[in-house]
Design a binder for this molecule. Structure first.
Ligand SMILES: C[S@@+](CC[C@H](N)C(=O)[O-])C[C@H]1O[C@@H](n2cnc3c(N)ncnc32)[C@H](O)[C@@H]1O
Length: 349
């Protein structure tokens, strides 16, 4: 019955109740106005008031019911959260009680083991590398030292020679150049780009071999003077000359360079040994490239060309270009590498 009434009224009951109350008040007013009994009018008013009271009570009951439902929902969600937390806590407890430490401990353990193995490997590699570097350094130093001793034994030097190290070619390179002098023709012409101690040693080698002469191109007055002074100390003025050749712009192989001023080298003919040790890299990229294109015409057939500092990228590129080029019918072929110097042989077509 109650359900039937609810279904019938639905959510309209507050409106209907208020309408009923209004109707009861209207009826009471009509009774009074038409001279009806006061008792009947009071009854109608009482009915109206009762209906208003019922609507108010019903509305608060409905509100209380909605609040109760909301609270019930919140309680349910809270219960679910508590249960989830309890499950998580239980899982952690189970892991803690696991004698193996659980999956997390296993991962950490494996990583520790991995790190320890890696650490040992790195230490072993470090020791190996240190031993290698030590051995390599010792070998290189030994090679330079023995070249130095060899040079003094072969050529002697009864006065001070500009020191090796820094900008100077290494003893191994100079020793090889000096050895080559012995194999050159009697009227051998040795040309050097960049003067210094190598000029003195080459001149000593010419004097000892009793043949050949050295022409060194030098772009800086200071070093030209120093080398001349060293040559003079050894009485080598008739065997070697230093030509002061300031750098001037030149375009070779489509590239712009600064190279030794032309008047200082255009007269050179029949070069048997060309040592390219200048201009220094600081002058510009591929600063030594012009040597072969500009002096190829002056090289004798079978001449030797030596390019110093061949371990540098610029010089490696220069060497690759020289090997690929044919200038005035002259080509270069790779010969050998001694220390930092790469040797080529020139052939004339
Ligand atoms: C590589 S060095 C030539 C070295 C020379 N062939 C030798 O073996 O002694 C090239 C040029 O660097 C310049 N030079 C030489 N010693 C230098 C120094 N200590 N500081 C700056 N430039 C230097 C000189 O102009 C030299 O011609």
């Amino acid at each position: 019955m109650q359900r039937a009434v609810r279904a019938l009224l639905g959510s309209r009951w507050p409106l209907l109740g208020m309408l009923g109350a209004f109707a009861a008040v209207v009826v009471a007013v009509v009774i009074v106005a038409t001279g009806g009994g006061l008792a009947q009018a009071a009854l109608a008013l009482l009915l109206g008031l009762t209906l208003v009271g019922l609507v108010v009570v019903g509305a608060s009951a409905r509100e209380a019911e909605q609040r109760a439902r909301k609270t019930e929902k919140q309680l349910k969600s809270l219960t679910e959260s508590v249960q989830a937390i309890a499950t998580a806590v239980q899982a952690v407890e189970e892991r803690q009680n696991d004698p193996s430490g659980g999956p997390l401990a296993a991962i950490i353990g494996a990583q520790r083991l991995d790190a320890a193995v890696r650490h040992d490997e790195l230490i072993a590699r470090h020791d190996e590398l240190r031993a290698d570097v030590h051995a390599t350094l010792t070998e290189q130093q030994l090679a330079e030292l023995s070249a130095l001793a060899n040079l003094y034994a072969m050529l002697g030097a009864d006065d001070e020679v500009p020191a090796f190290g820094g900008y100077a070619a290494s003893p191994r390179t100079v020793l090889r150049l000096a050895s080559l002098v012995r194999r050159l023709p009697s009227d051998a012409l040795i040309v050097e780009c960049g003067s210094g101690s190598s000029t003195v040693w080459l001149a000593l080698a010419c004097r000892r071999a009793g043949k050949g002469r050295v022409v060194a191109l030098e772009h800086l007055e200071l070093y030209a003077r120093r080398t001349r002074e060293a040559l003079a100390r050894h009485g080598l003025g008739d065997v070697a000359e230093v030509r002061l050749a300031p750098l001037e712009p030149v375009t070779v192989g489509g590239e712009k360079h600064d190279w030794y001023a032309a008047p200082q080298w255009t007269d050179l003919r029949g070069i048997d040994l060309l040592f390219v040790d200048g201009p220094p890299g600081a002058v510009g990229p591929r600063s030594r490239y012009p040597a072969f294109p500009l002096l190829a015409a002056a090289l004798d057939d079978g001449a030797i060309v030596a390019l110093d500092d061949a371990q540098r990228q610029d010089e490696a590129d220069i060497a690759a270009d020289w090997l690929a080029e044919s200038v005035d019918g002259v080509r270069l072929a790779d010969d050998e590498v001694v220390g930092r110097t790469r040797f080529f042989t020139a052939t004339r077509a």
